[in-house]
Design a protein around this ligand. Structure first.
Ligand SMILES: [Zn+2]
Length: 506
């Protein structure tokens, strides 16, 4: 029996900026996603790349393409302002919070894991920590030095980008323009403005907290180095997929490619497909440029929004489109999700489906079985037609907005059998990861705090409580129960105390 694979998966390759057929080069596809720098809580914008990479992983699973996924944890090497010199983000955070660097890294790594779990992101196979690979980074830089593509200056060992064929291709970089760019920090002795640090030497008289001895003196690795080293270590020298936020397309990934291809020296492209998600905007501005705190998942939860509502909000836009975060948009997503889950609840339990082939087999079986649920040939064919649409949508560069529209359409379609609909919902959720099989609609009620209520709402609640007190005084228990039920409807919890009743929102 041949393998049923459905539509050819096409992905938008940033390298060349075009849609390409995804053709795996190995039995197990290597997928590397640039991970967090663990010096602070990840904000909502930080989470978009992981939901995007998760959609890609689910799609590969759907297509039965085995994958090995690596996400790095940057706990050393990332300087403030993404520059080559200056203080390390983790050391600054540790000093500010009066904690050790290891403490800071552990704490914010856990915060990252908490958030990706809340967003139902499938765990990666490995989460290597940069600080555990410094020796390999030194060896990597030594080989680059032997190949004559580096030079040493007082601030460290630098990669000479003029020695890199096709440097900046990924970014469609105007090298002349970039080299003249005024915004690039000034580094004494650096030959070209695009050159970057492989090793950041300790400045004289300054002793870093995180420091290693190297052929270029005591210091710490440059930020770009870790991803080349850890990905090759864990996925092999060449691999198929590398993902990250679109900001990485302009510098970090450009430099990863330059140093990796110089290291390998085999004339082959290091990674075959580069995929980047667009920015999450905050009130139509880039988050990096926004003033004031950027909300994180915990802030949304405190306002009564479920993490799955945020996931739906993200999937409602294509990963290559900018998305503007606004509370109203997440509010809308939560309402949509609540309706969706309420509609799906009677269909539970959903069948366990992860792949296209499983869904297809399940739908084919319905047509042949006399299952008593209007299980005729037509229902089967309707289900199969929806499955084909789902597969077509995800195969075309992970078109999640289309996927959601098809799911909604199938739920309104009276021609499909309940058994077929169960398969379609489970199949869509294998790709969307919205927990449609078990999410409780009640968990999607937006629990407001009393601070959200306006004066009229507060007055109405207090009137009800006063009426209840009065009814109890008059021993009118029926009326008191009635009022309690009304308060329940409003999610008001009344507590009787010796000084009278108090209340809060549940
Ligand atoms: Zn990286």
């Amino acid at each position: 029996m041949g393998t049923v694979t459905g539509h050819q998966l096409k992905v938008y390759n940033s390298l060349g900026r075009q849609l390409e057929d995804f053709v795996p080069s190995a039995d197990v596809v290597g997928l590397y996603s640039c991970g967090p720098t663990v010096y602070y809580f990840p904000h909502l914008g930080n989470m978009r790349p992981y939901v995007f990479a998760d959609t890609l992983r689910r799609t590969l699973r759907w297509k039965q393409i085995p994958v090995r996924h690596v996400v790095n944890i940057t706990d050393v090497g990332h300087a403030v302002a993404d520059s080559d010199t200056g203080e390390d983000k983790l050391e600054v955070a540790a000093a500010k919070e009066r904690r050790s660097v290891a403490d800071i890294a552990d704490f914010y790594t856990r915060a990252f894991f908490t958030d990706i779990a809340a967003l139902n992101v499938l765990p990666a196979d490995r989460y290597p920590r940069a600080s555990e690979y410094v020796q390999q980074m030194i060896e990597f830089a030594t080989r680059l030095q032997e190949r004559g593509v580096t030079y040493q200056i007082p601030s460290g060992l630098y990669f000479d980008t003029t020695k890199s064929d096709g440097y900046g291709t990924l970014a469609l970089m105007d090298i002349a323009g970039q080299r003249e760019a005024a915004r690039v920090e000034h580094v004494e002795g650096r030959r070209n403005k695009t050159d970057f640090a492989l090793w950041r030497a300790e400045e004289p008289g300054v002793r870093r907290v995180m420091r290693w001895d190297s052929p270029w003196g005591w210091g710490a690795p440059g930020w770009h180095l870790e991803c080349s080293v850890m990905s090759m270590e864990l996925l092999g020298q060449h691999f198929d997929l590398h993902t990250g936020g679109i900001d990485h397309r302009e510098l970090h990934h450009v430099n990863e490619i330059a140093q990796s291809q110089a290291y390998l020296g085999d004339g082959e492209p290091w990674v075959r497909y580069w995929m980047h998600n667009e920015f999450l905007l905050l009130n139509n501005a880039k988050i990096a440029k926004s003033s004031g705190p950027v909300p994180r998942l915990a802030d949304l939860a405190a306002d009564g929004y479920h993490p799955m509502a945020y996931r739906l909000f993200l999937l409602g836009g294509h990963y290559r489109s900018q998305l503007d975060f606004a509370t109203a948009a997440v509010d809308g997503a939560q309402t949509t999700l609540r309706r969706l889950v309420t509609r799906i609840e009677p269909l539970r339990p959903l069948p366990a489906i992860e792949t296209y082939e499983q869904a297809r087999a399940a739908l084919t079986a319905i047509g042949g079985a006399a299952d008593g649920e209007r299980g005729d040939e037509r229902g089967d064919r309707t289900g199969l037609a929806y499955l084909d649409q789902l597969d077509e949508a995800i195969s075309l560069d992970l078109a999640t907005p289309r996927l959601l529209a098809i799911l909604q359409e199938s739920l309104r379609d009276t021609r499909i059998t309940p058994a077929g609909l169960r398969v379609i919902v489970a199949a869509a959720d294998a790709l969307l990861g919205l927990r449609l099989a078990d999410l409780d609609p009640a968990a999607l009620d937006r629990r407001r705090s009393a601070a959200d209520l306006d004066q009229a709402e507060i007055a109405a609640i207090e009137q009800l409580i006063a009426d209840r007190t009065q009814a109890r005084k008059e021993k009118n228990w029926a009326r008191a129960d009635e009022i309690r039920a009304e308060l329940d409807q409003l999610n008001v919890q009344v507590t009787d105390t010796p000084t009278g009743p108090t209340w809060h929102l549940r």
